[in-house]
Design a protein around this ligand. Structure first.
Ligand SMILES: [Zn+2]
Length: 298
């Protein structure tokens, strides 16, 4: 029943579980605040480079597959923004642009000033291509058309959660009925991926006795649960609890939870509630297109 994962139903599911959400928000906030207070002392590993991403990613992918009980790997491309590589690529863009711009200018008359103009345009395009490339990697993402995982993490610790999250999208695309193309209607897509991000990060935190692995995920979940809580209270026309409303979790924009809710906050909240009620097996169930745990019991 794929309809159970649609925004309308997921919103109802969260609505029906407001008390569970209150409890989960409080716990998530306490975990985040504790980590935040010692953030400066946490070890976030090395700066992420293509080389260490190449050795880290297969292990994270294997752990993600293992957890979700997926037997067959799906091939994917993976890349990250890396300035030295990008400069090489941008030099090619700049050279290409120089020729094109040079030709366009010289159609009229080849003069020194035209050549200078071409050089300036080329430099601008080269620099622009670096900025654009950097921006496209600001957040990690999965491009289902090219099966391409783009990793935006800056260090090896945060890369673990990013790879687990994006590879989960890749598995969703191949093995489930969740529609990556229209993911606005399927908040569970993000809820499910965020869940694996947290589960694999927690495994690393335990294996390497390093709480830094939990930091980013904990910050995101605390924020997403708070947004969903305030949004749900507003929808139900009830006053949010003062203790929860005032939790020191930074929110991006007040409009998020007054007018509409983003699919990350909604999906993450629904999956967090579902796993609190039914256990972490819900993440495996998604892989089998079993969404019954989202049924609303009156
Ligand atoms: Zn995602």
């Amino acid at each position: 029943m794929i309809e159970l994962t649609y925004k309308k139903n997921v919103e109802k599911y969260v609505n029906n579980n407001l008390e569970v959400l209150e409890d989960l928000l409080d716990k998530a906030a306490q975990k985040y605040i504790k980590l935040k207070n010692k953030k400066n002392k946490l070890d976030f590993g090395q700066k992420l480079t293509p080389k260490n991403l190449e050795s880290l990613a297969p292990v994270v992918i294997a752990k993600t597959m293992d957890y979700l009980e997926v037997k067959h790997a799906t091939d994917c491309y993976m890349s990250m923004f890396y300035l030295p590589d990008q400069i090489k690529r941008s030099l090619k863009v700049a050279a290409g642009t120089f020729i094109v711009a040079g030709l366009a200018c010289s159609l009229d008359k080849l003069t020194i000033s035209n050549l200078i103009m071409s050089g300036m345009i080329a430099a601008l395009f080269g620099a622009g291509s670096i900025v654009l490339a950097k921006e496209s990697y600001a957040n990690s993402s999965f491009d289902y058309k090219y099966n391409h995982l783009m990793i935006g993490a800056k260090n090896t610790v945060n890369a673990v959660g990013s790879v687990a999250h994006e590879y989960t999208h890749c598995l969703q695309h191949y093995f489930t009925d969740l529609n990556i193309k229209h993911n606005l209607n399927n908040p569970i897509i993000e809820g499910h991926a965020r869940g694996l991000e947290g589960i694999i990060s927690e495994k690393y935190a335990q294996d390497f006795n390093n709480e830094a692995y939990n930091y980013l995920h904990s910050e995101r979940v605390a924020r997403e649960l708070k947004i969903a809580y305030l949004y749900t209270c507003n929808k139900k026309e009830i006053t949010p609890k003062k203790s929860l409303k005032e939790l020191p979790i930074p929110l991006d924009s007040i409009f998020f939870y007054i007018i509409d809710i983003d699919h990350y906050s909604l999906g993450v909240t629904a999956m967090t509630i579902a796993s609190a009620k039914n256990g972490d097996d819900v993440y495996k169930k998604v892989m089998k297109n079993d969404f019954d745990f989202l049924k609303i019991i009156p």
